[in-house]
Design a protein around this ligand. Structure first.
Ligand code: FAD
Length: 474
């Protein structure tokens, strides 16, 4: 077991998946080419974007739903943990087998089964990368709207299991808003189907919604039917600097009364601006206390009209150094500043604890002001940026990997920030989920009665607790 700043093992007794008998049975299910047990080769499957390592005993790459069903039946009989893995770029350790056992890599279930232009849906396997589905849809003039920034690496199965969000959330919602139906293998190996191919479907309980954000703890998604929409003809982005975070965030509510629904609204705080200026010199002026990026999409004339009006609104409300993109290259340049933040912050510490609290968007200024106070109280450098349009802020606690005291102070800052988000009417995660990293804090956001309902659902789907143990409930 590697040292973790987040995880404390519950030391649950389970059959070791590396038992030769178990390995032989697993090999018989998936074939020799689809299993790895060599410790050096399984190691990369023991980490995600949290970068802490818990190597599995074996990694399997099943090629069919039936194989996944057989694996889970065996795991449920012999009682060893099974953790599903997509692209492995989750931010909460969801795909990491903290209690050992096997990892099911969905890499070889990566086909688009159907792309239906008439009925606006795609059916695909879980192992397809987000970018591959987006490109295939774009090739037919269609848009798959969910767009986590990790779209080049994340898999559709992982996005559904995390209910991932992205830049386009203010207009198009999060992943669950684009999921019509699923095929899922439960922990006992049953193959179930939820939802269907229609936007409307009110037959029985909404199990599709339940699976979205279930973090691989209720079942393994083996097929997804996803909503597509016509590809908007054009997009444009307007960027403005502000002299205060309050001023920047107050503008967020000024667009809808004008009949405008921006696709993306992202805010960058003064510390993040400072970090990118020191690293890349984008040319933000000294008095920039916050930056707002607002993007619209639609047909060309509408985008031109809307982006001009947005520029005006930003100016009328204290925005300065305003730039409006005229073409794709301009637009990419404007977003470069946003993309530069994460790497730039690493100059302030060797370890970045990246949280993603969410509050009603009118509370974002208060959230950020009070987070500054938390940082000062605990002596932690905290930088904020993110999806202000939906109130989901990436709060980055910088500390020194070699300095346990700085980590401890950052953890105290994290707890205070979570409590603050809940106090402001929000919650502790908008898109990254709970995994093992946020598990100790779940009680801050979920009351005991609701928690018991969640645990009951887990028990129903996974009576022996073999699916992704060590996550969410600790
Ligand atoms: C640079 C970067 C940017 C990011 N930007 C965003 C962002 O904008 N928005 C956002 O929401 N997140 C973002 N993330 C977090 C992460 O990329 C998302 O959570 C993403 O959806 C994870 O997908 P994945 O395929 O890597 O899942 P993994 O990390 O492999 O797994 C995540 C969870 O899903 C489960 N899982 C995986 N596949 C299945 C399956 N087939 N069935 C059931 N459970 C399964 C795993 O067990 C695990 O619990 C970002 C991460 C990075 C590193």
């Amino acid at each position: 077991m590697y040292e973790s700043i987040h995880f404390r093992s519950r030391g649950r007794a389970v059959t070791s998946a590396s038992d030769p008998g178990v390995i032989a049975e697993l090999t018989a299910i998936v074939g020799e080419d689809n299993i790895i047990v060599d410790p050096a080769k399984v190691e990369p499957y023991g980490a995600d974007a949290v970068k802490e390592k818990f190597p599995p005993e074996a990694v399997l790459f099943p090629e069919s739903t039936q194989q996944i069903s057989e694996i889970l039946k065996l795991a449920n009989k012999r009682l060893f943990p099974v953790t599903a893995r997509g692209g492995g770029v989750g931010y909460t350790g969801g795909a990491v087998p903290v209690e050992g056992g096997i990892v099911i890599g969905t890499d070889r279930m990566n086909r688009i089964i159907e792309m239906n232009e008439a009925d606006l849906y795609a059916v695909c396997q879980p192992g397809i990368r987000t970018i591959e589905l987006q490109e295939a849809a774009a090739g037919k003039g269609l848009l798959f709207a969910p767009d986590p920034a990790s779209y080049k690496d994340s898999f559709i199965g992982g996005n559904i299991a995390e209910n991932a969000g992205g830049m386009r959330t203010p207009k198009y919602g999060v992943t669950k808003h684009s999921v019509l139906g699923l095929e899922v293998v439960t922990a006992t190996g049953e193959i179930i189907r939820t939802g269907g191919k229609t936007v409307k479907n009110v037959v029985g309980f909404d199990l599709t919604g339940l699976m979205c954000g279930s973090e691989g703890m209720l079942g393994i998604i083996t097929e997804a039917t996803l909503k597509l929409i016509p590809m908007p003809e054009a997009t444009s982005t307007v960027r403005a600097s502000f002299r205060s975070m309050e001023a920047a965030c107050e503008v967020l509510t000024r667009f809808t009364p004008e009949g405008l629904l921006p696709m993306a609204m992202e805010v960058i705080d003064r510390r993040s601006v400072g970090a990118i200026e020191e690293n890349y010199a984008f040319g933000f002026s000294q008095d920039t206390e916050a930056v707002l990026l607002v993007a619209v999409d639609g047909d060309r004339e509408q985008v031109e009209r809307d982006s001009r009006r947005i520029e005006q609104i930003l100016r009328e409300n204290g925005g300065f150094d305003i730039i409006r993109s005229e073409n794709k290259e301009d637009e990419d340049r404007l977003w470069d500043a946003r993309r530069a933040i994460s790497p730039s912050l690493m100059r302030y510490g060797s370890l970045k604890i990246n949280e993603d609290v969410v509050v009603p968007r009118s509370k974002v200024p208060e959230l950020i002001r009070r987070i500054d106070g938390i940082g000062e109280m605990h002596g932690t450098f905290i930088a904020n940026f993110g999806h202000a349009g939906d109130g989901n802020i990436h709060v980055n606690f910088m500390c020194d990997r070699e300095d346990p005291d700085s980590i401890e102070r950052a953890r105290r800052s994290v707890r205070d920030t979570f409590e603050l988000a809940v106090e402001l009417g929000g919650t502790i995660s908008g898109e990254h989920g709970i995994g093992y990293v946020k598990a100790p804090y779940l009680g801050i956001a979920v009351d005991p009665a609701t928690l018991e309902v969640m645990k009951g659902i887990k028990k129903l789907f996974d009576p022996n607790g073999i699916l992704n143990p060590g996550k969410m409930f600790v």
